[in-house]
Write a protein that binds this ligand. Structure first.
Ligand code: FPP
Length: 250
């Protein structure tokens, strides 16, 4: 992870796109359906978007599938989300392999129930040799919890004498984040019209472009993703520097 994320120069495609998949509950409510059906449709939509992202040339797609705060939802909803993760992997792991998508995870997955954790680890293992496309699931993830884990590791190493405090720099901290080895997101999308960050990739998205879509996640299709990418490609990223001067007239 670098301080200044790379952008594909060819078509200005966001090499790493991250999505807060919001609006499953409202999608279900609008149809008089239980919330869990909204999550099911949201899960199916994720497969469409993984394929669309690959077709657009996006190398890393990170999705906020379950936050640290989501444990506070009713037990029934939490367990249906965990079952959904399990069935998603059992139904779609083959598609990930066929499409050569490497599955990765960020967040503390030790807290996930075994029935969801096992297929997750199996799919991570089965896809680990793929290099072109990556699907990163944020599970039991939150930036503050991630930072606490990093700080604990730093404190442990300083106490053991393996880390001199003055040698600590951003690269060292970035290498301890869950996203170590993954470039910073270039574009972060939130669906459903909510305009907030919700503890998602707060450090990694320091220089990201944000895109807020009014569309509810189950309806956020390939065309919506392409529009977000088009919007991104028109933006002028400066990373805190002065704007480039126009080329002199010949
Ligand atoms: C937010 O919608 C969505 C979630 C908390 C869960 C996201 C999960 C999925 C898209 C499907 C499962 C994912 C996998 C990997 C199988 P919300 O419930 O907060 O919607 P609302 O704001 O309209 O109530």
């Amino acid at each position: 992870m670098n301080d200044l994320p790379e952008v594909s120069p060819a078509r200005n495609i966001p090499r790493h796109t991250a999505i807060i998949m919001d609006g499953n509950g409202r999608w279900a409510r609008q149809r008089g359906l239980p919330r869990v059906l909204g999550h099911e449709r949201g899960g199916e939509n994720l497969l469409r978007i993984v394929e669309a992202a690959g077709d657009l040339g996006i190398e890393f797609l990170t999705v906020y599938a379950f936050s640290v705060e989501n444990w506070q939802r009713p037990d029934e909803e939490v367990s249906s989300l965990m079952r959904l993760l399990e069935s998603y992997l059992s139904r779609h792991a083959e598609t990930l392999v066929k499409r050569q998508v490497r599955l990765r995870v960020i967040g503390d997955i030790d807290a996930l129930p075994e029935h969801a954790r096992r297929p997750l680890l199996e799919t991570i293992q089965a896809t680990k040799s793929f290099t072109g496309k990556n699907l990163v699931l944020a599970l039991n993830y939150g930036s503050r919890a991630e930072l606490v884990r990093v700080a604990q590791g730093i404190a442990r190493d300083a106490r053991n004498g393996t880390l001199a405090p003055e040698s600590l720099d951003w690269e060292n901290i970035a290498a301890r984040l869950d996203t170590a080895g993954i470039p910073d997101p270039d574009l972060v999308i939130r669906t459903s019209g909510e305009i907030r960050l919700s503890n998602f990739l707060l450090l990694q998205a320091a220089y990201a472009e944000w895109y807020f879509s009014p569309v509810l996640w189950p309806d956020f299709d390939a065309a919506c993703l392409a529009e977000a990418v088009r919007d991104y490609s028109r933006r002028n990223r400066r990373f805190g520097k002065a704007p480039a001067l126009p080329a002199p007239a010949l």
